[in-house]
Write a protein that binds this ligand. Sequence first.
Ligand SMILES: NC(=O)c1ccc[n+]([C@@H]2O[C@H](COP(=O)([O-])OP(=O)(O)OC[C@H]3O[C@@H](n4cnc5c(N)ncnc54)[C@H](OP(=O)(O)O)[C@@H]3O)[C@@H](O)[C@H]2O)c1
Length: 242
Amino acid sequence: MMGYRIFLAGASGAIGSRLTPLLHSAGHYVCGSTRSEAKAGVLRSLGADPVVVDVFDATALSRAVAAARPDVVIHQITDLPKDLNPRDMGAAIARTARIRSEGTRNLVRAAIAAGARRLVAQSIAWVYAPGSEPHAETDPLNAGAEGDINVQGVIALEDLTLKSPPLEGVVLRYGQLYGPGTASDQPSNSAPIHVDAAAYAALLAIDHGAPGIYNIAQSNRHVATEKARAELGWTPDFRLPA
Ligand SMILES: NC(=O)c1ccc[n+]([C@@H]2O[C@H](COP(=O)([O-])OP(=O)(O)OC[C@H]3O[C@@H](n4cnc5c(N)ncnc54)[C@H](OP(=O)(O)O)[C@@H]3O)[C@@H](O)[C@H]2O)c1
C-alpha cells in the first residue's frame, strides 16, 4: 500500500501513544511531537520520528511541520493532569482552552504552509446545548456554559479545523476516555470511549469520510454515533493487540 506522511501533534499523550503504533503498522510515516526531549525515545520505540516542539512556539512549529512534509496533520494535544485530579483542573482547563484556540491556530497555519491536505482534530462530545437526546453532530454546542470545560475553546478548535481552506477539516468529538494511559480502567460517565477505539477513529479519518464532525463514543443514550460507523467504517470494539 502507499503510506501517507503524517504529522501527529501530541504523539506522547493518551490517544497519541496508541495512535502512533497504529499509523506506523498501517504503513504510514509518522512524525510525532512532544515538548519533552526525554519522551523522544519512547516515541521512536512506538514507531514515530520524534520532534520536540511546543505548539505555542509558532515559528518552531511551522519549521517542524514543514520538515515532515505531511499529507495529513493530526491534532491530539490537550493539557490535562493524568489522573484528572480536581485540585489541578482549574489551571489545566485554562491551558487546554489556550491550546484549543491559539495552539490550533498555529497548527492550522503550519499545516497549510506545509501543503497538508487534511487536518484531523480531537474535540469532545459532551458539550452539546441541552435539548433532545441523543445529540447528532448538527446539534448546537452549549456556547454560554461555564464549568469543567471552556466551551469557547472547543468552538475555536472546531471552527479553525473546519473553516481553514484548503484544508479538509475533520473534527472527532470523543466521549470520555478510558483504558491504558487514561484516568480510568473502566467505562464511566455518559458517553465512554476506549482509548484504542478513539485512536482507531483518527487512523480511519486520515482518508475516510467527508470533512466534518463525527461523534466517537460507545453506544449510549446521549450522543448519536451512527455517522462515524457509516461514513468512517468505525467501530467502538477496536482494540490494539495486547
Ligand atoms: N475525551 C476525553 O475524555 C479526554 C481527552 C483528552 C485527555 N483526557 C484525559 O486527560 C488525561 C491526560 O491525557 P493525555 O496524557 O492524553 O493528555 P495530556 O497530558 O494533556 O497530553 C496530550 C498531548 O499533548 C501534548 N501537549 C500538551 N501541551 C502541549 C504544548 N503546549 N505543545 C505541544 N504539545 C503539547 C503532550 O505532549 P508532551 O509530551 O509535551 O507532554 C501530549 O502528547 C488522561 O486521564 C486522559 O484520559 C480525556
